[in-house]
Design a protein around this ligand. Structure first.
Ligand SMILES: *[C@@H]1O[C@H](CO)[C@@H](O)[C@H](O)[C@H]1NC(C)=O
Ligand SMILES: *[C@@H]1O[C@H](CO)[C@@H](O)[C@H](O)[C@H]1NC(C)=O
Ligand SMILES: *[C@@H]1O[C@H](CO)[C@@H](O)[C@H](O)[C@H]1NC(C)=O
Ligand SMILES: *[C@@H]1O[C@H](CO)[C@@H](O)[C@H](O)[C@H]1NC(C)=O
Ligand SMILES: *[C@@H]1O[C@H](CO)[C@@H](O)[C@H](O)[C@H]1NC(C)=O
Ligand SMILES: *[C@@H]1O[C@H](CO)[C@@H](O)[C@H](O)[C@H]1NC(C)=O
Length: 658
C-alpha cells in the first residue's frame, strides 16, 4: 500500500493568476537600455517567477562577433563527432533524430536574432535535438535557472489501466524545496497539494501521453530512443552522489524558463469530477551572484579560466602526474550532463529502502539482500564518483552476498552514466578475468587535424593525452606501443553515402584494476539480471549492452509510453570530450595555431561531443548506439514502484527469477 504523511488539502482548486506583465516592456527587446534593469529586479533571490528570469536572460543584445566565433568553434568541433554522417538519415528506429548538421549550422549562422539568448537557445535546441547527450551546447549564461512546476507527473498502471498521474508523493517531495518555494504558492493562493496523485486527463488541451511525447521530442534530448526520452519527461528515483534522489522530470523541471504555467485537466483523489487548473511554474536560481545585468553577464556569461583547454606540456609536472593515477591519460568518461543533479532533491525517506545495506559505508553503489534471502541487489547510481571506491564497493557487495548465501543478483541501473573503465570493471568482475576483454572495439574520426594530433603525440611521445597510442590496446589485447600510428593510414568508412575515414579499431586499456578480479564469475551469469528505466546513458549503456551481447543477460525496463518501443540503453556513444578536453589535446599537440583548430570560446559555455564510437559484437559494422536492442522484459510503473526502489526490486525479482 502506498502511504504518505502530511496533510492533504481538499479545498477547491484555485486558478492561479498568471504572472506579472511587468516585463512585457522587454518583449521585443533589441538591447536598447530600458529604464529598469530586469536582472537587477531579481538579484539576490532564490526563486523568481519565470517571466522575470527570462526578462533578465533576454536583456543581453545579440552580438554578431560572439555568434561568428561560437559557430566557428562549434563547426570545427563537429569535425571530430563520430556520428555526424549518421544524422543525415538516422537509421530506424532512431529516424526522428535525422538532422543535416552542416545545414543547421549554416541556418543558425544567418538567422536574425534579437538577443544573445535567442541565438544560444537556437544552438542549444539544434544540438539538443540530436538526442545524443554526449553532443550538446551548454551556455552557462542561460543554464543558471531551473523552472519548477509543483506537479511532476508519472505514467502509472493503476488497477490494470495505464494513465498519467501527478506524483502521489507530491507533498513530501515538494516540501523539500523549502518555504522560499512553497510560500510563493501560498501568496498567490494556489493549492498545489490538492494535486497529489490526481489523474491527469489532459495537458495543454492534449492527451497527456501526447504531451509527454511532445516534451520527449522538443525538450528532453540526451537519448536517441524516444521511448527512453518519455521516461525523462516524468519523475523517477535515482542516486545522486551517494544519496537517494527523485527527479522532477523534464515536464516539471526544465532548465529553460520560457514557460509560465501549464494547464491540466485532472481528477483529484477522492473526486470523480474533471477540473481544469493552470499550474504556475516558479524558477530557482543556481548561477553566480549578481546585482544587475552587467554583473550577471560578467559573472555567468563570459569565458572563465576553465572554458578553454590548456597546454599540458607547460603545466607543472605534479599536475600532469596527478592526472595519471591509474591509467596513462585522465580517465575517459562517457556521461550525460544532467544539470538537475546539481540541484537534486531527495527521495522522501519513507520510500527509501528499509533493509540494512550490505556495507553501510559504501558510496555510489547501495547493496541489499532482499527478504527472500537469496537475491542480492546492487543499486548502481552511476559509474562516476570515486573511481577506486566503486571497485571496493563492488568487492564488498559481492563478498557480502556470497557470505549470506545469495544465489541471484539484480543490478538496478536506473538514471545512470560515468567512467568507461568502471563499466568494464563491473563486467569483468561479474564475468571473471578468464572471460577476456570486457569492453567494445572502438574508433575515432581520422579528420586531418586528428591525424596531425596523433602524429604530434607520437613525435613528442606524449603519454598523458587521450590521443596517445599508449591509452589503447590492439583488438587482440596487446598494448599499442607509443610509436604506433593507429589513425594513419585511416580506414574507409562510408555512412549515408558520405566518406568519413576512421582510425583503426582498438580496445580500451582499463587494466589492471585496483582490486583483484576473480578468475571465474562469482555468480552464474544466468542468475544476474539488470533493471532500469532506460535512462541508462553512456557507460551504463555500454555496460548493459555488453551484458546483453556477450551474456544474453535478462534485462527489464520500466516505464515508457504504453505501446511504444523502449530500448534498455538510452544513449550508447563511447568516450565524450568536453570542449576544454579537445582544446587541451590540440594545445598539447602544439597545434592550436593550425588553420583547422577551433578558436577559443569567448563565452562561458561548453560544446561537448561524442569522440569515439563503440562497435556492436552482434553486427560489427554498426555502432552500438544505432543497434536497436530491446529488453526481454518490460513493465509499467505502479504507484507502489515508481518512487520505491525496494518495492520495484521485490516485484521484478518475482518476475525474473520467480
Ligand atoms: C560583442 O562581443 C565582443 C566580444 O566579447 C565584444 O568585444 C564587443 O564589444 C561586443 N559588441 C557589442 C556591440 O557589445
Ligand atoms: C484501484 O483499486 C482500489 C481498490 O479497489 C481503489 O481504491 C482505487 O480507487 C482504484 N484506483 C483507480 C485509479 O482506479
Ligand atoms: C516544439 O517544437 C516545435 C518545432 O520546433 C515548435 O513549433 C513547437 O512550438 C514546440 N512545442 C512546444 C510545446 O515546445
Ligand atoms: C480520500 O479519502 C480517504 C477516505 O475518506 C481519506 O483517508 C484520504 O485522506 C482522502 N485523500 C485525499 C487526497 O483527499
Ligand atoms: C565497506 O566499504 C568501504 C568503502 O568502500 C570499505 O572501505 C570497507 O572495506 C567496506 N567494508 C567491508 C566489510 O567490506
Ligand atoms: C615514451 O615515454 C615512456 C614513458 O615515459 C617511456 O617509457 C618510453 O621509453 C618513451 N618512448 C620513446 C620512444 O621515447
Amino acid at each position: 500500500m502506498f502511504g504518505f504523511s502530511g496533510p492533504v488539502f481538499a479545498r477547491g482548486l484555485v486558478l492561479a493568476l498568471i504572472l506579472s506583465s511587468a516585463v512585457s516592456a522587454h518583449k521585443d527587446h533589441t538591447g536598447e537600455k530600458t529604464s529598469t534593469d530586469p536582472c537587477k529586479k531579481i538579484s539576490g533571490k532564490l526563486f523568481v517567477p519565470p517571466a522575470d528570469a527570462l526578462a533578465c536572460q533576454k536583456s543581453f543584445p545579440f552580438n554578431e562577433t560572439l555568434r561568428t566565433s561560437v559557430l566557428q568553434t562549434v563547426s570545427r568541433i563537429f569535425d571530430f563527432f563520430t556520428f555526424e554522417d549518421y544524422y543525415l538519415n538516422s537509421p530506424a528506429p532512431f529516424q526522428d533524430s535525422t538532422t543535416n548538421i552542416r545545414a543547421e549550422l549554416a541556418r543558425i549562422g544567418t538567422t536574425k536574432y534579437a538577443t544573445d539568448y535567442d541565438f544560444n537557445r537556437d544552438l542549444y535546441n539544434f544540438a539538443n535535438q540530436l538526442n545524443d547527450g554526449h553532443t550538446a551546447w551548454y551556455p552557462n549564461c542561460y543554464n543558471t535557472f531551473q523552472n519548477f512546476l509543483p506537479a511532476p507527473v508519472v505514467m502509472l498502471n493503476m488497477n490494470g489501466t495505464d494513465g498519467v498521474y501527478v506524483i502521489p508523493d507530491l507533498i513530501e517531495f515538494i516540501d523539500q524545496l523549502g518555504t522560499d518555494f512553497t510560500d510563493y504558492f501560498d501568496t498567490i493562493k494556489f493549492n498545489w497539494k490538492r494535486l497529489a496523485g490526481a489523474k491527469v486527463v489532459s495537458i495543454e488541451g492534449m492527451n497527456p501521453y501526447d504531451y509527454i511525447d511532445l516534451i520527449a521530442k522538443n525538450v528532453s534530448g540526451n537519448y536517441l530512443d524516444r521511448g527512453v526520452r518519455a521516461n525523462s519527461v516524468v519523475s523517477s528515483y535515482r542516486i545522486v552522489n551517494t544519496d537517494f534522489s527523485q527527479r522532477f522530470g523534464d515536464l516539471a523541471g526544465p532548465t529553460f524558463v520560457d514557460q509560465n504555467s501549464l494547464t491540466f485537466s485532472v481528477i483529484p483523489i477522492n473526486s470523480t469530477k474533471v477540473e481544469t487548473v493552470e499550474v504556475p511554474y516558479y524558477a530557482g536560481y543556481y548561477g553566480n551572484k549578481f546585482t544587475d545585468g552587467a554583473t550577471f553577464w560578467l559573472n555567468n556569461c563570459i569565458a572563465t579560466s576553465d572554458t578553454n583547454g590548456v597546454d599540458l606540456r607547460t603545466q607543472q609536472s605534479a599536475m600532469v602526474s596527478n592526472m595519471v593515477p591509474v591509467r596513462r591519460s585522465p580517465l575517459p568518461r562517457g556521461v550525460i550532463n544532467d544539470f538537475t543533479r546539481a540541484k537534486a532533491f531527495g527521495l522522501p525517506p519513507n520510500f527509501q529502502p528499509n533493509l540494512p545495506q550490505v556495507n553501510e559505508s559504501a558510496g555510489v553503489i547501495k547493496s541489499y539482500i532482499l527478504p527472500d534471502g537469496k537475491t542480492g541487489v546492487m543499486f548502481i547510481g552511476s559509474f562516476d564518483g570515486d573511481y577506486v571506491q566503486f571497485q571496493t564497493d563492488t568487492v564488498s557487495a559481492i563478498q557480502g552476498f556470497k557470505k549470506a548465501g545469495v544465489s541471484h543478483v539484480l543490478l538496478d541501473l536506473t538514471n545512470n552514466g560515468g567512467y568507461i573503465c568502471l563499466g568494464e570493471f563491473l563486467h569483468q568482475y561479474l564475468a571473471g578475468s578468464d572471460f577476456g576483454y570486457a569492453g567494445f572495439q572502438s574508433t575515432n574520426r581520422a579528420n586531418s587535424l586528428a591525424v596531425k594530433i596523433v602524429a604530434a603525440n607520437i613525435k613528442q611521445n606524449l603519454t598523458y593525452t587521450y590521443y596517445s597510442p599508449l591509452n589503447y590496446l590492439f583488438v587482440n589485447g596487446t598494448p599499442i606501443p607509443e610509436t604506433y600510428n593507429y589513425i594513419k593510414p585511416s580506414l574507409p568508412l562510408v555512412v549515408n553515402g558520405v566518406s568519413n575515414p576512421t582510425s583503426q579499431r582498438y580496445a580500451d586499456y582499463c587494466t589492471p584494476f585496483d582490486v583483484p578480479i576473480p578468475r571465474k564469475a562469482p555468480f552464474d551469469l544466468k542468475n544476474v539480471a539488470i533493471v532500469s528505466n532506460g535512462n541508462c546513458a553512456s557507460t551504463c549503456a555500454m555496460f548493459s549492452t555488453v551484458m546483453n551481447e556477450r551474456h544474453n543477460t535478462k534485462i527489464a525496463v520500466f516505464g515508457g509510453k504504453p505501446g511504444d518501443v523502449l530500448q534498455f540503453k538510452g544513449m550508447a556513444g563511447n568516450q565524450v570530450l568536453e570542449w576544454s578536453d579537445l582544446d587541451t589535446e590540440i594545445r598539447t599537440a602544439g597545434l592550436k595555431n593550425d588553420p583547422l583548430a577551433p578558436p577559443d570560446l569567448l563565452v562561458n559555455a561548453n560544446f561537448r561531443h561524442n569522440w569515439r564510437t563503440a562497435w556492436s559484437y552482434l553486427d560489427e559494422t554498426t555502432p552500438i548506439a544505432y543497434k536497436s536492442e530491446l529488453p526481454k522484459y518490460r513493465f509499467a510503473y505502479t504507484k507502489d514502484t515508481y518512487n520505491n526502489p525496494q518495492n520495484l526490486w521485490t516485484f521484478v525479482v518475482s518476475k525474473l527469477f520467480g
